[in-house]
Write a protein that binds this ligand. Structure first.
Ligand code: FHN
Length: 445
């Protein structure tokens, strides 16, 4: 029998052990999946895509709930979805130019409309719309061709399915009958997941969302059965659950929404960080799905800094775009993606394949590391002189990442003082991240 770690209150220790943390330790994870987790940790940057029937109304993906649209009119709307300008090759080319290593796309959002060919319901893009094509198949084929991994976002919450009963916190104004068969609903989920894991070639994994609508243990989501199904069908597919709790058994990634790991400014996340690979998802403006009036796009320097701050916390950034209903990517989003890609062409070596560095995140910035190289990312610091705590190893070389200019180093037992070259002295719009490369004598870990 396992014992609660010392120094924790007994109740907290017992709760942690019974939930995620103990589960992670005792999980038996096959080598394919361990390798996929390592790949995932190295990837650092992904593109999130929220696209569906809701894009037609240009008010975000929650429009059915927010505007109290009943199932009938929404079904009619779905029947008009015809994104004739959708071009998988174009989307994947933009993603490649941005420097992302994977794409996560909504296969089915809370509106319950399947954006892929499915035999489990006629309410899907091939059978219900004039478009008649399966965009996820086209995207999967193109991702395979261009060497990106594809993950499927899958909503467990459903505002359309009659068997999503008893209801959770949302979806009450849809005009559905006040009854349903919960286990039939879960069978439906499993049959769709089986399709997603068999008809699209090897996929990166499933990104679950919406379980928070009916949190467990109040609702039995049959997670062990569903997770086992996924891992049986594709042993290397990762399970990324956005349930806003600490990781549960069988899960592979801990994802945070609109916040860096451990932070909870958005009010969604747990502050508890487990031992799984980490990810943080972020909107590029203030919306996930296409929102025609949302102009609050983050600037390129802001986005670069977010990516760097995530890397300094060992997390990937999953940056969202909301394509338009005709299938095109909003130009504001595409421009920003291309700019990020330009920045990564220079600085990618200090991000991809790194882990969080020896110094924990500070107000001035973060550190990342690979082998005996430490990258000091100076994000917000007005001076040339920067004092660091000890790195646990002697620094034997220091230079600026982009220019190779020498950086002066003074070391003592208490730390390292860097003097950055003259020139751009602050990290600003032109230079959102001054990156210093330190070579250290021996591995600290
Ligand atoms: O309700 C969804 C929302 O529409 C969006 O998909 C985000 C993405 O992380 N997740 C949910 C809120 O937690």
């Amino acid at each position: 029998m396992m014992r609660a770690p010392r120094l924790l209150p007994l109740w907290l220790g017992a709760s942690l052990l019974s939930r995620g943390l103990a589960a992670q330790a005792t999980d038996s994870v096959p080598p394919e999946r361990l390798a996929a987790r390592q790949w995932y940790r190295d990837a650092k940057f992904g593109m999130f895509i929220h696209w569906g029937v809701y894009s037609l109304l240009g008010q975000g993906e929650w429009v059915m709930q927010n505007r109290e649209i009943p199932v009938g009119p929404y079904e009619w709307l779905a029947g008009t979805f015809n994104p004739i300008k959708f071009d998988a090759r174009e989307w994947v080319s933009v993603a490649k130019a941005a420097g992302v290593r994977y794409i996560t796309i909504t296969s089915r959002h809370h509106d319950g409309f399947s954006m892929f060919a499915t035999k489990a319901t006629r309410y899907n893009i091939v059978d219900w719309t004039p478009f008649k094509r399966d965009p996820l198949k086209e995207l999967a084929d193109e991702c395979h061709r261009q060497g990106l991994k594809l993950f499927f976002y899958y909503s467990q919450l459903d505002w359309h399915h009659p068997d999503y009963w008893p209801r959770g916190g949302t979806g009450h104004k849809t005009g559905r009958p006040e009854n349903g068969d919960w286990s039939r609903y879960l069978d439906f989920l499993d049959s769709q997941l089986t399709e997603l894991l068999t008809n699209y070639g090897p996929i990166g994994g499933i990104w679950f969302d919406g379980m928070w609508d009916k949190p467990s243990p109040d609702a039995d989501w049959r997670l062990p059965r569903t997770y086992a199904l996924i891992h049986r069908l594709q042993p290397a597919a990762l399970i990324v659950p956005n349930h806003h709790q600490a990781p549960l058994p069988g899960e592979d990634v801990q994802t945070f929404e609109q916040d860096l790991p451990g932070a909870n400014t958005a009010g969604f996340n747990t502050e508890e960080i487990g031992r799984l690979p980490l990810e943080t998802s972020l909107t590029m403006n203030d919306s996930w799905g296409f929102n025609i009036t949302d102009r609050r796009y983050k600037s390129v320097p802001e986005l670069i800094r977010y990516l760097v701050k995530a890397a300094g916390r060992d997390a990937n950034l999953l940056l969202n775009i909301g394509p338009r209903p005709d299938g095109t990517i909003p130009p504001e989003a595409e421009e920003r993606l291309r700019e990020l890609g330009r920045w990564l062409t220079t600085y990618g070596g200090s991000i991809y394949g790194t882990r969080r560095g020896p110094i924990s995140p500070r107000d001035w910035g973060v550190t990342t590391e690979r082998g005996d190289t430490v990258f000091v990312h100076v994000l917000d610091w007005p001076d040339r002189v920067l004092a660091l705590p000890t790195l646990g190893a002697r620094v034997v070389g220091a230079r600026m990442f982009a220019t190779g200019e020498r950086v002066e180093v003074k070391q003592s037992e208490t730390g390292v003082v860097l003097t950055l070259p003259a020139g751009r002295q602050t990290s600003g719009a032109e230079d959102p991240d001054r990156v210093v490369v330190l070579t250290v004598e021996a591995r600290r870990k």
